[in-house]
Design a protein around this ligand. Structure first.
Ligand code: KG4
Ligand code: ZN
Length: 346
């Protein structure tokens, strides 16, 4: 079984991990949230510079905590798509350099495949095929997973990602950044039925709605209109907890409905939740309960493996390594790369 050292720098977390097959030997994440929060979002250039400052110590700490040495490492894996190009380049340069210096095979890794693989880290019984509901700051996708590298995109957001909607709504409510965890906490004190907000249905030309695609930008605008109306009516202070709970409930209903429907239509026995928004307490609970009513199992990673980390990347790379996949040291980084085209990395 392969032991992989992985590096992840696709957005605002500098992360390194050592994983032996699906066992996490170490996972270190240096978050840049404090750096970006004053700007209300990730500033790409600042992210790249911070990765540069932190990456060396992060990798060293991961190796130290794993209690292994370079002799024990079988390969180096690094996220090369999708993400912020400057940020990805930092991780890639370090990953390739380590692979050359220590003469280890190099594997490029797909960030979203990492999010899918996070569920394997703690659920030894999980087997494909399954449906993955992947919800992060940049993506909202329903993916059929038939095995390592075998992905079919069934549905997606037509505009904002779910995490992006959380972040934008938190910004318009002046709650801070990143919005997801803040809204999650606030919503626990609010009434989710206080305001009716749209679930982001996509109308089809012949009538009816697209079964799996969703739109979250309309929901964000609906929250904006609601806030404007409450201000115009002289409501002060705003019922922030009720707004947060109503918004979160609309997102959770939209995601749960589509995921359960896709799993049923595709005859898949399990749904895997992945990505930063998988940390949302209401989504974890509602999806698990609704799927259970339909006889579908739900696998949810623990919080530390939902948001960006390198253990999930190492876990995916270890399967590719076992399949004999290796990447060229000429491999570039890609700001976008559909999961279905992952084979170009190897
Ligand atoms: O996967 P991730 O760490 O980075 C990307 O690949 O995008 O996801 C970050 C996103 C952010 O939009 C953040 O607001 C959201 O995940 N998030 C949450 C929660 N924790 C993080 N959204 C809703 N509820 C949460 N508890
Ligand atoms: Zn992510």
């Amino acid at each position: 079984m392969a032991t992989i050292l992985a590096i992840e720098t696709s957005c605002d977390e500098t992360a390194a991990a050592v994983v032996c097959h699906r066992q996490v030997l170490s996972s270190v994440v240096a978050s840049q949230i404090d750096l970006h929060s004053r700007y209300g979002g990730v500033v790409p250039e600042l992210a790249s510079r911070e990765h540069l400052l932190t990456i060396g110590d992060t990798v060293q700490e991961a190796l130290l905590k794993s209690q292994l040495t370079w002799t024990d490492i079988d390969a180096v894996a690094t996220t090369c798509a999708p993400g912020l190009v400057g940020a990805l380049l930092v991780g890639m340069s370090v990953g390739k350099t380590l692979s050359m210096v220590h003469q280890k095979p190099f594997l490029g890794a797909h960030h979203l495949e990492g999010h899918i693989y996070a569920a394997y880290l703690e659920h030894g019984d999980l087997q494909p095929p399954f449906l993955c509901l992947l919800v992060s700051g940049g993506h909202t996708s329903l993916i059929r997973v038939d095995g390592c590298g075998q992905y079919t995109l069934l549905g997606k957001t037509r505009d904002d990602a779910a995490g992006e909607a959380f972040d934008k709504v938190a910004r318009l409510l002046e709650l801070g950044y990143p919005g997801g965890p803040i809204i999650d906490r606030l919503a626990q004190q609010g009434n989710p039925t206080a305001f009716q907000l749209p679930e982001g249905n996509i109308s089809l030309p012949g009538g009816g709605y697209h079964p799996y695609d969703a739109s979250f930008s309309g929901l964000k605008t609906a929250v904006l209109r609601l806030v404007e109306r409450l201000h115009a009516d002289g409501v002060d202070p705003l019922p922030l907890a009720d707004i947060a709970a109503s918004f979160q409930s609309a997102v959770v209903r939209a995601l749960t409905k589509r995921a359960v429907r896709a799993a049923q239509d595709q005859d898949l026995p399990a749904i895997v939740l992945g990505g930063g928004v998988a940390a949302n307490s209401s989504l974890r609970h509602t999806l698990s309960a609704t799927a259970a009513d339909h006889g579908i199992s739900v696998y949810v990673p623990s919080l530390k493996f939902c948001t960006d980390n390198a253990a999930m990347v190492a876990c995916a790379a270890s399967d590719h390594f076992d399949q004999g996949h290796r990447s060229s040291l000429d491999l570039g980084v890609y700001s976008r790369l559909p999961l279905e085209q992952i084979s170009i990395l190897y």
